[in-house]
Ligand binder design. Structure first.
Ligand code: CMP
Length: 142
């Protein structure tokens, strides 16, 4: 799955009615949507997804934010997907993100940063399977 990555359009993206604009940027950059859904995460699901950050000082706030409203996980495909998607979204902190990146354009803060992108091929695989079954991914592919 090295040509896949997981995006999440986060609750601030949905709240600000930016789903369409952000997806246009993503598909315009050459990513193909393999599967997509709108979900309102509960604490267990958000906590499981961000398990790697559970000792970080921002963890509790992150879970509160990620469960504050619906979000839109999207399984994406493109050659060099993980790296290219991270370039497209920009740095975690929008203040440090490059001009033209999705976070620079739309994000308000390091927490409410509009979109998530997997940080490695290994995590991309796990993160995609957090939201989509193998069956869904196979059915929607091609
Ligand atoms: P994301 O790329 O989804 O990965 C972890 C998330 O934690 C990050 O985006 C932000 O939404 C949030 N976060 C809040 N504070 C920080 C911080 N200081 N460093 C990194 N991530 C943070």
């Amino acid at each position: 799955m090295s040509n896949r990555t997981l995006a999440i359009l986060k609750p601030d993206c949905v709240q600000k009615n930016l789903i369409g604009e952000v997806i246009t940027k993503i598909t315009g950059a050459g990513f193909k949507i393999i599967s997509m859904k709108m979900v309102h995460l509960n604490e267990k699901s958000a906590g499981g997804f961000y398990e790697v950050h559970k000792e970080r000082p921002f963890f509790n706030d992150l879970i509160k934010y990620m469960t504050s409203g619906p979000c839109v996980p999207i399984a994406l495909e493109k050659e060099n997907a993980v790296e290219d998607f991270r370039k497209l979204i920009g740095a975690t902190d929008p203040a440090k993100a490059e001009e033209g990146t999705i976070r620079k354009l739309y994000a308000d803060s390091i927490e409410a940063n509009i979109v998530h992108g997997s940080d490695s091929d290994e995590n991309a695989k796990m993160e995609i399977l957090h939201f989509f079954s193998r069956k869904e991914l196979l059915e929607n592919h091609g």
